[in-house]
Design a protein around this ligand. Structure first.
Ligand code: UDP
Ligand code: MG
Length: 310
């Protein structure tokens, strides 16, 4: 029998643990032809989530419970789940029931038909604040524009990944990680399922604006060198403009013998020119840092789907 690992990151979800466990058990009843393991990763919750998980685990052998020593963040909770899962496929699911467990059979069906990644795409979230919405738009636009790997807008962590993908995913050693970014970067055969995210059931979304912002900055910098190169581009622009301006001024002074430019303006423009050169040098440094960055994050050089050898 094939085995499915359901991975649930949990941070301050004491009320939801029981609900999600119940919902998952329902799904398991529908999918009688599969073995299940429910991996609950407690990401340093400050409430009674861990006690609740342990309590649930007493009556259910399918539960694998992992307790972090402190809050490390969802991406790392998911990572721990992947590293500890034994299934033929893994499914990531939020604990707050915003990723409807009832859709799991559909994910499995697509997987059985050959998809290696089944990605949940969020249709609409009601009640998304204006700022969060504008922020996510900006983030995806920047990612699309400046990063070689394209992050699908409205993509979520609600995903199923095949064992092949799991085996590759555990090879990633980078610390700054956006899970869905990594999975999309690998580029396996992907099918999508659209879903409507309902309101979170209990508690509040813990991804504050500040956390989301830093997640966005981290993702941009780990997938793109553009922010680094910006200084260089700016330098080129400033150098060119001030060089042209300087030439014009010199012509005015020495050829036309005009005095429309005061002597201080020569100093200023020369200064700006030098500043441009310095910024350009920064941009060049960015190229080297980029090389170092690529070496340090140590991404796998390639990802193999299948190997056949006699
Ligand atoms: N979560 C986590 N660690 C954190 C923050 C959140 O494991 O530091 C979990 C949380 O318990 C939930 C999922 O990640 O299962 C999504 O969190 P949340 O609902 O707060 O985010 P949103 O729905 O706004 O994306
Ligand atoms: Mg949520």
């Amino acid at each position: 029998m094939k085995k499915l690992s359901i991975i649930v990151p949990i941070y301050n979800e004491e009320k939801n643990v029981i609900l999600i466990h119940k919902a998952l058990s329902e799904v398991a009843k529908q999918l009688v032809n599969y073995d299940f393991e429910f991996i609950f990763v407690n990401d340093g919750s400050k409430d009674n989530s861990w006690e609740t998980i342990k309590q649930e685990a007493l009556n259910d052998k399918r539960i694998v419970a992992i307790d972090f020593s402190r809050n490390f963040g969802k991406e790392f909770a998911l990572t721990a789940g992947v590293q500890n899962c034994t299934g033929d496929a893994a499914i990531f699911l939020d604990a707050d029931l915003q990723h409807p467990p009832a859709l799991i059979p559909e994910f499995v069906k697509k997987w059985e038909r050959g998809a290696e990644v089944v990605a949940g795409i969020r249709k609409t979230t009601k009640k998304k604040t204006l700022i969060k919405d504008a922020g996510s738009r900006l983030f995806y636009a920047l990612m699309r524009r400046f990063s070689r790997n394209v992050l699908t807008r409205n993509s979520t962590d609600f995903k199923l990944i095949d064992r092949k993908v799991i085996n590759e995913l555990v090879r990633f050693t980078e610390h700054n990680r956006l899970f869905r970014g990594l999975i999309e970067w690998m580029g396996f055969k992907t099918e999508t399922i659209e879903f409507v995210a309902p309101e979170r059931v209990n508690g509040v979304a813990t991804y504050s604006l500040r956390k989301l912002f830093s997640l966005a900055i981290n993702s941009l910098t780990s997938f793109s060198l553009f922010p680094l190169k910006l200084a260089g581009y700016l330098g080129v622009l400033i150098t060119l403009v001030s060089f042209v301006l300087l030439c014009v001024m010199i012509v005015f002074k020495f050829v036309l013998h005009s005095l429309i430019f005061s002597s201080i303006s020569y100093v200023i423009v020369t200064n700006t020119f030098v500043l441009g050169v310095v910024l350009m040098a920064l941009g060049i440094m960015a190229l080297y840092i980029g090389q170092i960055h690529a070496e340090v994050i140590g991404r796998p050089l390639y990802v193999i789907r299948e190997k056949i050898a006699k």
